[in-house]
Unconditional design. Structure first.
Length: 176
């Protein structure tokens, strides 16, 4: 499904295998490694291989500006007794941060999750010092559920992260 949302210059669509070079550029861009669990010097071959062999139930959306993918959002639905949940991860190219890319991606992903995939809980981790991301997630109803102490090693030291989630009531099943 291809969708134009909010801003006509930003197109949100499902990721395609041919997007691997744009996604590699996103992962190599300023601030992305620092604010995520990605490591510096990502292998472009590994990025291409992962896109070509991704999990069938994982949802990946890209935000495209002028024909170039500049943001990536992954939604990993749970299974079994956690089928109502999904884990979310998002990255935006450093040159396109603070331009509404994250807002557009998050809006599309939450619409898909709640209206089409029956997901009522979306959860994520975010470093406690990533104020812009925390503000964005709060704007969409995510709440901090806890602090993960010494969550990751970054730039020579251990850093904390918040566990955040957005929980929507499960709709009643009608007509039964």
């Amino acid at each position: 499904m291809t969708r134009r949302v909010m801003q006509p210059e930003i197109l949100v669509r499902s990721v395609e295998a041919d997007d691997w070079e744009d996604i590699a550029a996103i992962q190599e861009s300023a601030n992305v490694v620092f604010q995520t669990l990605l490591l510096p010097y990502p292998s472009r071959d590994a990025i291409r291989d992962r896109l070509e062999n991704r999990s069938a139930n994982q949802v990946e959306l890209v935000a495209v500006v002028n024909g170039v993918a500049v943001g990536l959002l992954r939604l990993q639905p749970g299974s079994g007794r956690r089928a109502h949940t999904a884990r979310l991860a998002m990255i935006v190219h450093g040159d396109y941060q603070h331009r509404g890319i994250g807002t557009v991606l998050l809006e599309a992903a939450l619409d898909l999750a709640e209206r089409w995939l029956a997901i009522s809980r979306v959860e994520l981790e975010v470093f406690t010092d990533n104020e812009a991301a925390i503000a964005l997630y709060r704007k969409f109803g995510f709440e901090i559920e806890g602090t993960l102490r010494a969550f990751a090693f970054r730039d020579g030291q251990y850093v904390d992260a918040y566990l955040m989630a957005r929980v929507r009531p499960t709709p009643e099943v009608g007509g039964l």
